[in-house]
Design a protein around this ligand. Structure first.
Ligand SMILES: *Cc1c(COP(=O)(O)O)cnc(C)c1O
Length: 380
């Protein structure tokens, strides 16, 4: 793998002190009790960032593990589950629900808009017979941000448990798990937290814990069974060998965030996201979204005669910069500026915008403006 400038909405850039931490000598995480303390301390720091007193765990496995584990642990055959669908990850939850015998019911919204609270209330007034609902905080392929502060409280009022995929938002967008009544909050190491890929974060409310405990059928499988974590601290026992180097890296990444101060970190994201959006629009491009702009990723439409895939390939070949498009069916339509975590730094964003600007002009995009000047105008 050649050295290149990589800028993607996850995995994000990893700060040097985090990479260094991962290379340190380690202990045996199964039998060294000090590691149990270290693990718990790391979980407690994450709980601070997501504002919860609920038990919070780090699982060995990439973010998708959390999505599947939540569905595996809550779903019993025949359970109805409401799937809020306004993005690719949002829609995908249905597959996990149905794999474990549940019935997923969509409430769909245009993929260029956030979920509308009033539509949700109208829907629930007709049908609210759901064990739980799934919603994505920031649906990364398009960047749409859902107002989970309101959505989860509404679902809670109808007696529906809430599962929130906040994988690409935690660390870049505010999340208040307890105040907003999020029963299962899911995060991962490699997005706005800017640690290496490979870890899932899960917080579990008392109501969700009881729903898992009081099942009539037992949870299928072991790796995706969230109840196996419940007594890890009391018993000083992990269900499997913890990926200790990754957890040491995550611990350092979390310390970086807490040292900077979570409010400062969130403001940094907001400032960069706002300036990026304004600059792209003023430059003559169109944002993919009509509302629900996330501060962690911006999706911008690339003119059809150029195409996002050609632009991506050109930027890599000509400028040695790997900047991502979206997933299918938007892969040729959208370029994504993943300004999250360590990517949300002005030097990196300026570099990216400079490459995008030059590449677009090389490929025939006509404008008298330049993206970096526009960004500077709105940022400083
Ligand atoms: C990254 C991400 C995940 C994890 O999925 P991978 O494609 O395996 O990285 C889950 N949900 C969201 C919203 C994500 O951004």
């Amino acid at each position: 793998m050649n050295n290149k400038f990589v800028y993607s909405p996850g995995p994000t850039n990893i700060r040097e002190n985090v990479r260094f931490e991962m290379s340190k000598e380690t202990t045996n995480p199964d039998s060294d009790k000090e590691f149990v303390e270290f693990y718990k301390e790391t979980c407690d720091s994450i709980a601070k960032i997501i504002n919860t007193k609920n038990p919070t765990y780090i699982l060995g496995g990439e973010g998708i593990l959390g999505l599947e584990a939540a569905c595996a642990s809550l779903t019993e055959p025949g359970d109805r589950v409401l799937i809020l669908d306004n993005g690719i990850y949002g829609r995908g939850f249905k597959d996990f629900v149905e794999m474990y015998g549940g019935e997923g019911v969509y409430l769909s919204e245009s993929y260029s808009k956030a979920i509308d609270k009033n539509k949700l209330i109208k829907f629930l007034d007709k049908d609210s017979n759901f064990k739980y609902a799934t919603v994505v905080h920031c649906d990364t392929p398009t960047g749409v941000l859902n107002d989970i502060s309101k959505i989860c409280q509404i679902l809670n009022e109808y007696g529906i448990l809430t599962v929130v995929d906040s994988i690409s938002a935690i660390g870049g967008e505010e999340i208040r798990v307890d105040d907003w009544r999020i029963d299962i909050a899911l995060g991962a190491s490699q997005k706005a937290l800017s640690a290496a890929p490979g870890l899932t974060i899960v917080s579990i409310s008392e109501k969700a814990r009881l729903a898992m405990k009081n099942r009539k059928t037992s949870i299928v499988g072991f790796y995706c069974n969230l109840t196996i974590w419940e007594n890890y601290y009391k018993d000083k026992w992990f269900p499997y060998t913890m990926p200790i180097n990754n957890i040491m890296g995550l611990n350092k990444a979390i310390s970086n965030i807490l040292e900077e101060g979570i409010d400062n970190v969130l403001n940094r994201h907001k400032k960069i996201a706002v300036a990026t959006r304004k600059a792209l629009k003023e430059y003559g491009l169109e944002l993919f979204l009509e509302n629900g702009y996330s501060n962690t990723v911006t999706s911008v439409k690339i003119p059809e005669d150029i195409g996002a895939l050609k632009l991506r390939d050109y930027m890599l070949r000509k400028y040695n910069a790997l900047i991502l498009t979206s997933l299918k069916p938007y892969d040729n339509q959208i370029l994504r500026i993943g300004h999250m975590g360590e990517n949300a730094r002005e030097d990196k964003v300026v570099y990216v915008l400079n490459v995008v600007d030059k590449a677009l002009k090389d490929l025939g995009f006509k404008t008298a403006k330049d993206l970096v000047s526009l960004f500077n105008l709105y940022y400083f």
